[in-house]
Design a protein around this ligand. Sequence first.
Ligand code: FAD
Length: 382
Amino acid sequence: MEQPKRIVIIGAGTAGTIAANKIYKKAKKTKIPFEITVIDPTFKHVYQPGFLFTMFKKDKTHALIKDARKLLPKKVKTIQDKVVKLDTKEQLVTTEKGGVVPYDYLVIATGASIRTDVVDWWDDTIYHFYTPPEAERLSDQIVNFKGGKIVVAIADMPFKCPPAPIEACFLLDDYFKKKKLRDKVEITYASPLNRAFSIETANEVVQPILEKRGINLMTYFNVDEVDTEEKVVYSVEGDELDYDLLIMVPPHRGQKFLEEAGLTETGGWVKTDRFTLKVEGFDNIFALGDATNIPTSKAGSTAHYEAPTLAKNLVHEMKKDGIEEKYDGHVQCFFLTSFGRSLFLDFNYQNPPRPGKPSKFWWWFKLIFKPFYFRFVATGRV
Ligand SMILES: Cc1cc2nc3c(=O)[nH]c(=O)nc-3n(C[C@H](O)[C@H](O)[C@H](O)COP(=O)(O)OP(=O)(O)OC[C@H]3O[C@@H](n4cnc5c(N)ncnc54)[C@H](O)[C@@H]3O)c2cc1C
């Protein structure tokens, strides 16, 4: 009897969970026997867009987390452990507890790690909203803030959800307006670029809103270091910003075991073909989501639109039919401009977004998206 093809997926976040569902559906339609194993140290599937609400105490952390095993097809095997080694020659994955898992096809969906340890000036007087405990810690600062200077800055690039720090500024503005404290709060957004937002067509809408709302924009501000005693952020370009509350997008990096396996470029991002989603040099290793070096947003929506292409190409490899599908770079995202309005960005490699005006419609869509995400997106139904 033919041995089942062993498909191993590392990571059960947005990318790994959607990929597992899509691959399962696609592979089931072939006559080829297969088994899928997903490996993750916690199987806590976190809906990260909710962190922007947690930082204002408008969403509870526990409401953002689901057991990933409940989002996977029942026949998918799971191993709760952390991958520490990948041997691409022998096609083996080794886990922290000493498990050795062989694969025929591998999917890397290990996301981006938050790595405040890579800069020596980071301490706990700097706040961020990129993990549940940190978003909660920041929320205490925000609700107790009575006035002063808030600086929102970016430690380095790339980082998850490029709109997030600007959304944070818009929400801070709205939050303090509603608390009748806005005239006592100065908000500054320090952008490493020559403009507020990376994508020019979206920036044409976003930057005027910052100006209209009295949010200072400091361009070409690449953070060099922070003096947390004097409360000053210094840029590589020679500028400085003093603050009372510093909110900083923390450094992001890829996973060490992928670097050690020789699959990554600077920062630990997996060298991935932006169309086929195959890892450079391999026909049986694929990557998607935040883990890759693909030149597009690190966003859940990117993983959502990558997953069908990845699933098809993996199954084409199983069938050895020589067909290759192409991911077109499709990404969609909500860009909150207040507690009540949002922009909607839809783009791909060829077509930049044309966001229109902030609307109540997209705000409500964003609010209902969380249950929709868990029910339909993560489970691969849409
Ligand atoms: C504040 C904020 C707001 C956001 N807003 C949006 C938004 O509005 N829209 C949007 O599309 N995206 C948004 N995102 C981005 C989105 O959440 C991520 O891009 C998405 O989660 C990426 O999915 P992923 O599976 O690649 O990574 P993750 O979801 O982070 O999952 C990675 C998984 O890999 C596992 N893993 C890591 N290392 C190992 C290992 N060694 N062995 C085994 N498993 C491992 C982890 O445990 C984790 O389960 C936002 C993110 C943040 C932080």
